[in-house]
Design a protein around this ligand. Structure first.
Ligand code: PBG
Ligand code: ZN
Length: 324
């Protein structure tokens, strides 16, 4: 069909036509809200590089989870910011740890929201790496057991789903095994399968105090130039028992979301990370862009690329916008 017989503009001339032929529509069901839990009471501490996001004491985590639930957001993902760090990440699997208590309390006070917990060691290790450190090497196999222990402690605390973000090889199988042995075979794993070594995590590391104290994460997170390897990572995690495959970050990796959507058949999650959020907020503050419009366009693009769900700091704002 060529012009003048075909005129694509015919179907764009009014909002009714546009709605009828729209291929991708963002839904509140697609959104997952990240929350940072800290010890204390009545704390709502701003995170300078993530305007509108806070470190929250558990009472405020519950308040925000209720707000999310009332807007129709199906899930939150919890990150813990512990008081104490050490070389063995002992606070990561403490049953009285901040994320465990947060999961437990959200479970009892907001039972109708899905609780996902981020499983990693970096916030809990004094060196800030996502695995066990031996000398200056991040020891893959020595980390597995610890990660599984963390995941189990989250499940025991009331997490509905665990999301390992460490990028150690073999951790999905290890976590699956330990959950199954402990009567948690019903708890799904959302695997950060293709997690790139990205400068877009900057604001998160400020929020969570999780920047590595030496070196970088290049020996475990993926090289930004690689796409085929992301597919291998995804396939591997499917084989190991993952229930949802995640790509992270989202925006600079829309092609990866698309590839994994095409090459695997599990649900795909995308993490619209801290730096992506911060850039939009900064440009909005400067008056350079319409922040709300860019937010909706961005989230729609991530869904169009193939994401079935999007973890985003915009979740509350996007849900409000979708209700109007
Ligand atoms: C911890 C973790 C990170 C993020 C989620 N889990 C940081 C990192 O790997 O350095 C990033 C989230 C964001 O930037 O919004 N492993
Ligand atoms: Zn980590």
């Amino acid at each position: 069909m060529l012009f003048p017989d075909y005129r694509p503009r015919r179907m764009r001339q009014n909002e009714g036509f546009r709605r009828m032929i729209r291929e991708t529509t963002l839904l509140i069901d697609d959104l997952i809200l990240p929350l940072f839990a800290i010890d204390g009471k009545n704390i709502k501490k701003s995170i300078p590089s993530l305007p509108g996001q806070y470190q929250l004491s558990i009472d405020n985590v519950i308040k925000t989870a209720k707000e999310a639930r009332d807007l129709g957001i199906p899930a939150v993902i919890l990150f813990g910011i512990p008081d104490k760090k050490d070389a063995l990440a002992t606070s990561a699997y403490d049953k009285n740890g901040v994320v465990q208590r947060a999961a437990n309390e959200v479970k009892s006070k907001v039972p109708d929201i899905v609780i996902i917990t981020d499983v990693c060691l970096c916030q809990y290790m004094d060196h800030g790496h996502c695995g066990f450190v031996d000398g200056n090497i991040i020891d893959n196999d020595a980390s597995l057991d610890l990660l599984a222990r963390v995941a189990l402690s989250h499940a025991k605390a009331g997490a509905d789903m665990v999301a390992p973000s460490d990028m150690m090889d073999g951790r999905v199988a290890e976590i699956r095994g330990v959950l199954d042995e402990n009567d948690f075979s019903h708890i799904p794993i959302m695997s950060y399968a293709a997690k790139y070594c990205s400068a877009y995590y900057g604001p998160f590391r400020e929020a969570a105090g999780s920047a590595p104290q030496f070196g970088d994460r290049k020996t475990y997170q993926m090289d930004p130039g690689n796409a085929l390897e992301a597919v291998r990572e995804a396939v591997m995690d499917v084989e190991e028992g993952a229930d949802i495959i995640m790509v992270k970050p989202a925006l600079a990796y829309l092609d990866i979301i698309y590839r994994i959507r095409v090459e695997t058949d599990l649900p795909v999650a995308a993490y619209n990370v801290s730096g992506e959020y911060a850039m939009i907020k900064a440009a909005e503050k400067m008056g350079w862009i319409d922040g709300s419009a860019v937010m909706m366009e961005t989230l729609t693009a991530i869904k169009r690329a193939g994401a079935d769900m999007i973890i985003t700091y915009f979740a509350l704002a996007a849900a409000k916008s979708l209700l109007h």
